[in-house]
Design a protein around this ligand. Sequence first.
Ligand code: C5P
Length: 427
Amino acid sequence: MADIVSDRQHNAYFASFFTPRPTPRVTQKQLFGKHIVLGVGGSIAAYKAIPLLRRLTDLGADVEVVMTASARHFITPLTFQTLSGHPVHTDLFASNSNMAHLRLAETADLILVSPATANLIGRFAHGLADDLLSTLILASHAPLLIVPAMDGDMWQHPRVQQNVQTLRETSVEVLDPEFGTLASGHVGWGRFPSEETIMSSIISLLTMPSDYHSEVVLITAGPTHEAIDPVRYIANRSSGKMGHALAQAAQKRGAKVTFITGPTSLTPPPSVHTISISTAKEMQNEVHKHFERATVVIMAAAVADYQLTHTAATKLKKHEQKHLSLTLSLTPDILGTLASKKTGQFIVGFAAETESLIEEATRKLQEKGLDMIIANDVTQPDTGFGSDTNAAIVLDMHGIAENIPLMPKHEMATKILDLIRHRLGNR
Ligand code: C5P
């Protein structure tokens, strides 16, 4: 349906929901037993929440709708009430609400905000809780799926993009709007995603395997910083994105995750036990502390190989030394020390290489006593340090196990966890 609809088209569209249909549209109740909270924001795309609600209830989901004050300018609660079979929640302070924000927050298997305006996205990103929808989102541990709908210029505004980024870094799934004709008549990014795209995201979030529920996964991420003096350090280009994606994916699949991270600009996934460290030595101490309890260890950190033999206690002054020589010594090889402590842990390392990828990765797999190694050729564009995508060759003791083509790091995290799960067997 086009974004711009006349009143007549609008009314005919609504009426079609109340017209008896000759045959049921869906027979498979794929979402039976799932409780979905559908938050509707104040956008012209609010009417697109109606067929979505129909699709969800057709699949057996129990859907309760929460409307923001501005959403009610576009559609009346009665429409959603009739189609969901539940009163629509609109007011945090309603005398008959019986703490609806807490009940909905606790019982939801998924919170879907569709459509989400720039204002809602900004409020969620900053943790504001000034109405029912934003309050229940803060009170809930359920997965959150956001379907933005707004004008293309608004969507591309740096502040909106920053808010979207903040949400994505905290495990919230934000769909990208599509390109096309907008309600303003302009053509651009901002079009509400297709119903099929939204449905497939909902189904994959709700049917995500919880095949890691009995695993305790220890993940390291990011660079380490090795101090030269109180203000300077040696580091590398690791952004920590791969390790974050792994922590997020493992947690979503039910694992208890301990996440040891060097300094990055990312926000660690919520509900993950995060330990921030700075140096290789500190990372080693924390890894050793948590190793025994872990069943799976994934060392995605780009640990510095060298540290200063001597760290200056005060800031080095350039007028005192024209030339500066630093003496470096090897850092502890954290991964290399784990094999001898192994009590059944499945250990995975990473190898970022600029040449002889397979040979180097095979050597590391054997020398460090690993069960699996993920080898990245960091000379390729869009792979390895800093980028949002990655490509890798996965090796185990039998040789090359998988060739993972270029893909977003969060998809690669899922692939890596699938490969590990397969080798862990059913336990
Ligand atoms: O030997 P190399 O640094 O290339 O090995 C990479 C793998 O070893 C990564 O998994 C990294 O996290 C880990 N590593 C480590 N301790 C070091 C250096 C690297 O555990 N000092």
